[in-house]
Design a protein around this ligand. Structure first.
Ligand SMILES: Nc1ncnc2c1ncn2[C@@H]1O[C@H](COP(=O)(O)OP(=O)(O)OP(=O)(O)O)[C@@H](O)[C@H]1O
Length: 502
């Protein structure tokens, strides 16, 4: 398949807001692609090369100044091979080799392919939001059930491999995907509840647990080999030796655990979320002087050869009890005084509680209603689209943030408001520097950036708006914190923001 076909499809995807139309475009590409090319096609369309991040910026590419080719001849395999060469070229003296690889590639690309390759290589095309649509595109192209594709994707974490399996082996090949030790799956997510009473009324037998304000972790142990991933499946094993030690000491041979990690102050209260996050990037040397992270596990997905994903939570908790002992998150099954548990959690400095149905299986990657979160402060996660230069004391810093909600159909984020409230001097300095690194364009007043940062916003509610394209605007929004543990695909959708209109 020619790269030009994928570039054309990418253009058609961007030009429509209709989910149905997008699914049709994706399915058409998958059907037309040959065996072996489909994974590359999916990777390019979601903007995530199979080689991962390529570490080449706009400036390098722009400086090359290569004349475009008149006719499209590049195939998907040509480009994939070039990107592999690029990814393999690292270390000192690699700059010249990278330039050579890129020059050869670009000299064979037409003008529109240049634009596409620039965006693909710099990561600007990364489209987490398109994943849901792609799942349906694969289902349509392979004529299989959407849920079968979704399950395979959740277990593999890789859309390209999922597409290749669906297209070559259909439903049977998709059913082959299993939870594998050493390969993280996407975490199960919760839905918000109005109140604890509401949450309990919706569920049957429940466990009510503290909702701790740390960072999500998934830990796999295979013999003595222990690895730890974040919510977005980033491997942080190197940075969290103390968590590795805890799991290595558990009485089992193999286990997969889901939980939260955080550091506590001397009097046992949670330390700020930013401090936990900072630990995920720390080197081993720094770590010695840093805070001690503790794990609080709440689920067990595998134990000594048995996969527990399809077992009810009740059974998974029994497995958890066998291995995690004192490292289980505080909570109680069918508590007599649930309100008291909530108050205890809040008094101890945590966010609230989670109520979970004991009879449901683990829905990887899903935000379902089997897990309900109850927290008194209302927050939403939005995508930063840009920021305006500040005035007065803030002159010279990027201050007033433009905030967007996710388009559930995979389009551009939809702007819902602005805020400069809640930003500390430290955050202002950080964002002023960071935004200019991921700037896409600017006007006299505003710097616009690649939509890749997620920020958690506290708000009083929303109101209808004729000014913003989604028809809603935030009321009294303020920044609570940045969420480096979330991708734009995890941000709240415009539908979730509209649901607050009520
Ligand atoms: N007992 C618990 N069970 C499950 N998740 C918990 C628990 N305590 C804390 N958490 C955290 O809460 C999150 C669950 O809420 P949700 O599924 O809405 O994810 P989220 O979007 O990250 O939520 P939030 O922004 O409220 O942290 C988990 O990802 C996890 O990090």
């Amino acid at each position: 398949m020619l790269l030009a076909d994928v570039v054309a499809a990418s253009g058609r995807l961007a030009a429509t807001r209709s989910r149905k139309a997008k699914i049709a475009v994706l399915a058409e590409v998958l059907r037309a692609a040959e065996r072996g090319e489909r994974a590359v096609a999916v990777a390019f369309l979601t903007g995530q090369p199979l080689q991962g991040r390529l570490g080449t910026g706009w400036r390098t590419l722009a400086e090359l100044d290569v004349e475009p080719a008149p006719e499209p001849t590049l195939t998907l395999s040509d480009v994939d091979t070039a990107l592999s060469e690029l990814a393999a070229t690292t270390g000192s003296g690699s700059a010249a080799k990278r330039t050579a690889v890129l020059t050869t590639l670009l000299s064979k690309a037409t003008e529109s392919e240049h634009r596409f390759l620039f965006q693909l290589i710099t990561g600007e095309l990364r489209q987490g939001a398109l994943e849901g649509v792609m799942v349906d595109g694969i289902a349509a192209a392979a004529e299989v059930d959407g849920d079968a594709v979704r399950r395979a994707f959740m277990l593999s974490g890789r859309l390209p491999a999922t597409a290749e399996a669906a297209m070559t082996g259909g439903a049977a090949a998709l059913a082959e995907f299993r939870l594998e030790l050493g390969r993280p799956i996407r975490p199960m997510l919760a839905s918000p509840a109005e109140s604890l009473t509401d949450a309990l009324a919706q569920l049957g037998n429940v466990v009510v647990e503290y909702k701790m304000d740390g960072a999500r972790i998934q830990v796999h142990r295979d013999g003595d080999d222990v690895r730890v991933w974040t919510r977005t499946l980033r491997d942080i094993t190197q940075h969290v030796a103390e968590l590795v030690d805890v799991v290595r000491a558990m009485p089992c041979r193999s286990v997969v655990l889901d939980g939260e990690t955080l550091a506590l102050t001397d009097d046992g209260r949670p330390r700020p979320f930013q401090e936990t996050q900072a630990r995920f990037g720390a080197t081993r040397e720094e770590q010695v002087h840093a805070l001690l992270l503790r794990p609080y596990f709440f689920d067990c997905l595998h134990l000594d050869g048995d996969d527990l994903l399809d077992e009810p939570l009740r059974h998974r908790r029994e497995a958890l009890r066998q291995v995690a002992g004192e490292h289980i998150i505080p909570g109680a099954i069918n508590p007599d005084e649930p309100e008291r548990l909530l108050n205890d959690a809040l008094d101890a400095g945590h966010e609230g509680v989670m109520a979970k149905d004991l009879d449901t299986s683990y829905a990887a990657g899903r935000r379902g209603s089997a897990w309900l979160k109850v927290k008194p402060v209302h927050t939403i996660d939005l995508i930063v689209l840009g920021a305006e230069w500040g005035h007065g004391r803030r002159t010279g810093t990027l201050s007033n943030l433009h905030l967007g909600a996710r388009d559930p159909d995979g389009g551009e984020p939809i702007m819902v408001g602005k805020t400069f409230k809640g930003l500390t001097d430290e955050l202002l300095a950080w964002q002023t520097e960071q935004f200019q690194r991921i700037e896409t364009r600017r006007t006299a007043s505003t710097v616009f950036i690649r939509p890749e940062l997620v920020v958690e916003i506290e708000l009083d509610g929303v109101q209808t708006s004729t000014r913003y394209p989604g028809g809603v605007a935030l009321r009294f929004a303020r920044v609570l914190r940045y969420r480096p543990d979330k991708d734009p695909a995890d941000a709240d959708t415009i539908d979730a923001v509209r649901a607050l209109l009520r």
